[in-house]
Write a protein that binds this ligand. Structure first.
Ligand SMILES: Nc1ncnc2c1ncn2[C@@H]1O[C@H](COP(=O)(O)OP(=O)(O)OP(=O)(O)O)[C@@H](O)[C@H]1O
Ligand SMILES: [Mg+2]
Length: 271
């Protein structure tokens, strides 16, 4: 055991699910921005019912890797991705994969809450509408209500659904963005530093929400906050200079890492 800054995580009672087919699996994923190799061959499995945290110093490739998982790097002209990424055994980069469908199945929540400049209702209703998930208005209303409830926001907004999403507080906006991601019934939710623009109270609410959501979705979260990684995740991957250095149970990564670089990072020697 080493001396770390991190509270000991409590995931020891968790059943082993490694035998199950992973929800997503990445093999030898490399990302180039022009000639620069930003990600140097990452292999990792992401499982259902579990939160996987990505940690590591700034610029090590966490966001780049997260964006591979729902092909958000497609939107960056200089980016080129190699290797394979599967969702339920299906290659997400194949020509047969519909990228709009993929991003509904693998939703994303960004660092800065980014509600559409539309009503609270419309922010959540938009996705289900374009994906044809509701037959009529009352079904759509039911999806909006369920999603806002699941995101822990319903009680705060139920009497103001027609007000603009951008008029909410930062923490409420982030929960609105989570409701928007949930509304299309995703299988995986990717979160890139979802709390870094929030105060401690709003952060605690999002962390609580992540706990509740993990029974339903596979969640991958990038965080700079190691206490947060220890609190919310069951698996942690440590990235450094474009490599995934170590991946394992969060409790092992924070108390008994195998690699010197992981140990240096979690003890605050760099990053
Ligand atoms: N759109 C881009 N064009 C060119 N280079 C990029 C682009 N996005 C990221 N990079 C480079 O790729 C590397 C990894 O960046 P990335 O944003 O994935 O890191 P990160 O681990 O998420 O960092 P942070 O913790 O600061 O968010 C960095 O060297 C970065 O400069
Ligand atoms: Mg980042």
């Amino acid at each position: 055991m080493i001396d770390t800054l991190i509270p000991t995580p409590t995931d020891t009672a968790e059943p082993a699910v490694e035998e199950r087919t992973p929800k997503m699996s990445a093999r030898d994923v490399k990302v180039f921005y022009g000639a620069k190799e930003a990600l140097k061959g990452v292999s990792i499995d992401i499982h259902d019912d579990r939160v996987t945290a990505f940690i590591g110093p700034s610029g090590c490739g966490k966001s780049t890797f997260l964006r591979c998982l729902n092909r958000m790097n497609d939107t960056i002209p200089s980016a080129r991705v190699t290797g394979t990424i599967e969702l339920d055994g299906e290659d997400i980069n194949s020509a047969a994969m519909d990228v709009v469908q993929l991003r509904a199945r693998v939703g994303m929540v960004f660092q800065k809450p980014n509600p559409f400049p539309k009503s609270i209702f419309e922010n959540v209703a938009y996705g289900p509408r374009i994906h044809g998930l509701a037959e009529n208005k009352s079904e759509l209303e039911a999806i909006v209500e369920k999603s806002l409830k699941r995101a822990g926001l319903w009680d705060e907004v139920k009497d103001r659904l027609n007000e603009s999403g951008t008029a909410l507080s930062g923490g409420q906006q982030q929960r609105l963005c989570i409701a928007r991601a949930i509304a299309v019934d995703p299988e995986v939710i990717l979160m890139d530093e979802p709390c870094s623009a929030l105060d401690p109270i709003a952060t605690a609410k999002i962390e609580e929400l992540i706990h509740e959501l993990r029974g339903r979705y596979a969640i991958a979260i990038v965080t700079h906050n190691m206490q947060q990684a220890a609190r919310v995740s069951q698996r942690t991957a440590f990235f450094h200079l474009g490599e995934m250095v170590e991946y394992g149970k969060t409790s092992d990564i924070f108390t008994n890492p195998r690699e010197q670089r992981t140990q240096d990072y979690i003890t605050g020697r760099y990053g």
